[in-house]
Design a protein around this ligand. Sequence first.
Ligand SMILES: *Cc1c(COP(=O)(O)O)cnc(C)c1O
Length: 217
Amino acid sequence: MIKQNLEKICADIADGAAKAGRKKEDVCLICVTKEANSADILDAVANGALHLGENRVKEAELKYKALGEKVTWHMVGHLQTNKVRDAVSIFSFIHSVDSMRLAQCIDKEASRAGHVQNILIEVNVSGEASKFGITPDQLGGMLESMKGLANIHICGLMTVAPYTDNAEDSRKYFIALRELRDKYGLKELSMGMTQDYAVAVEEGATMVRVGRAIFSK
Ligand SMILES: *Cc1c(COP(=O)(O)O)cnc(C)c1O
């Protein structure tokens, strides 16, 4: 089942990329494992999953012990500063940076660990009150303030669109994130989940974060 799910998602990604005149290789599929058991995760990895996403550091630590560096780990959930030291030791990318305080903490811990941490800034483009992320008009100032943080590499932007049954509802938010990315000359666009990853790819996603479409039974 997981094999077929992955095949379908990869085909959808290829279609969406073609529609936008892009290559499927330009889109990274992050398999979000927060609701998957270890057998399912191993199954996904055996069927080509190279990037895994988690939204809890504790969960990720257990899975990291089992899989280690066979895959690339992405932190996609809200990150508390007291978990940053552990997060920096596991995740190649932290997608959910939403404050200067968190950025400074990541910078400090990455420096201590002796590496440069890849991060994305989470932007709440929909303005939904329940969502994490900075507002679009905070982005310029935040990028400016982060310039002094030598152990952080700002790869791009991430967003979570409001829950919907109609993927088209997300399109305007994805366009808004892409425009911000372009305005500030960044690279990565982490957007699109089970509900709307195909639309996200059409609108320029370079990373899609998909859980249920891979792992739910
Ligand atoms: C859970 C989660 C996903 C994956 O969502 P699905 O609907 O299962 O595809 C993506 N991004 C974040 C931040 C998540 O927490």
